[in-house]
Design a protein around this ligand. Sequence first.
Ligand SMILES: *[C@@H]1O[C@H](CO)[C@@H](O)[C@H](O)[C@H]1NC(C)=O
Ligand SMILES: *[C@@H]1O[C@H](CO)[C@@H](O)[C@H](O)[C@H]1NC(C)=O
Ligand SMILES: *[C@@H]1O[C@H](CO)[C@@H](O)[C@H](O)[C@H]1NC(C)=O
Ligand SMILES: *[C@@H]1O[C@H](CO)[C@@H](O)[C@H](O)[C@H]1NC(C)=O
Ligand SMILES: *[C@@H]1O[C@H](CO)[C@@H](O)[C@H](O)[C@H]1NC(C)=O
Length: 387
Amino acid sequence: MHYLLLLSIIIAIAAPLAGAVPSQAVGQSAKQVYQTTDKFPLANPGNIPAHDPNIILHNEQYYLFKGGVNIPIFKAANISGPWEKLGTVLAGDSIIPKNNRTRPWAPTTIEKDGTFYCYYTVSAKGSRDSAIGVATTRSLDGSPWTDHGVVINTGTGAGSGVWPYTITNAIDGAIIVDRDSGQAYLNYGSFWHDIWQVPLADDLLSVKDAEAPDAVQLTFIPRAKSKPEEGVWMSFRDGFYYAWFSHGKCCNFKNGFPARGKEYSIRVGRSKSVRGPFEDKKGKSLLDGGGTVVYGSNHGVVYAPGGLGVLAGNNDSMPDILYYHYLNTSSGFKHGQAQLGWNYLKYEDGWPVPVQGRNATNNAFGRGPPGWGYLAILLLLWLCIWP
Ligand SMILES: *[C@@H]1O[C@H](CO)[C@@H](O)[C@H](O)[C@H]1NC(C)=O
Ligand SMILES: *[C@@H]1O[C@H](CO)[C@@H](O)[C@H](O)[C@H]1NC(C)=O
Ligand SMILES: *[C@@H]1O[C@H](CO)[C@@H](O)[C@H](O)[C@H]1NC(C)=O
Ligand SMILES: *[C@@H]1O[C@H](CO)[C@@H](O)[C@H](O)[C@H]1NC(C)=O
Ligand SMILES: *[C@@H]1O[C@H](CO)[C@@H](O)[C@H](O)[C@H]1NC(C)=O
């Protein structure tokens, strides 16, 4: 009898100390689906609502692009803000005649020879009638952008009958340039045959050999009915290209939660070639459902992180930054409540690991010594075997 009493007391003390109970659960169903792990560090808040954020560093200022009406642009001296709204990429609707051209998704901006190219998605939830478009400008502070419209179409529209657009979904574009050849590639895709890559023409406004593009597939989940991989990003570091993507359910949690672990998480594979094949840390091909989880829901606080990008660092005092959107379980789960979050990355055996806190030079991130929760569990075990 007293064992049971002791047991309850110890569990009551140990559980919060071990971080096993979310501080503020929104409801019973939510409690059962939160991830309480401390395997991943908490998100550093970016202090701005964002979905599918994209950040570039230009003249030591951070510029943030996000999904929204006409593609909003913000600027800050610090990635944690405060963010100043500069305006929007598009002056009005995208010239792409598809839904929802008022509110493009998932922008990605790159700079080449003094011109900025913003690739954006026009699509609707659950639809493959999508397009990736592009707009350009010569200056981020004020000068107008020119909308060039479609780069690729799926579902309907010019070129949508060309393979692989016949089987893929033209959303979530991201650009990578091959270090050796200088060739630029557009990576894109989602649930329909997952993530693909096509070479861009030199003008960066169209696909090279548009009628028969030299496409490769980057990720795939064979044998599964649902193939929840999207939001590709590609980075380069120390001889490797890293193919990042979001896996799982992104949104609409106000209508119900998926089973724990089926929500968005951030995954990666790497390759010596920009064209792949990409493998995860265990050697599993990304074409066979592989992908090492770099960042997922944690501490009962951060939920469904995804829609990521990587801001390349230069050196030890300016490491790579992984940024993404996430939901805070104590704030709510509506689309507009997704927040920008970020962590510095360190690399262990060439694999990226997000670092706790905002200290760029503190690379000693680890689990640290066992906490009180572990000691209490040890005490419990000891009590159980006590004669
Ligand atoms: C989550 O929200 C709570 C309450 O607003 C806040 O105290 C906490 O810092 C937030 N955490 C993160 C990681 O956003
Ligand atoms: C960025 O802001 C955070 C707090 O919001 C602060 O701790 C940090 O020192 C700032 N970094 C820089 C480079 O200003
Ligand atoms: C497109 O987005 C705008 C802004 O969010 C919204 O008002 C409008 O209803 C949407 N249109 C369609 C067809 O979904
Ligand atoms: C590291 O990179 C940052 C950002 O470009 C730069 O300001 C800083 O001087 C560099 N530090 C070293 C030690 O090279
Ligand atoms: C950051 O970490 C380094 C190395 O651990 C430490 O020397 C420095 O004092 C830390 N800076 C802050 C602001 O915590």
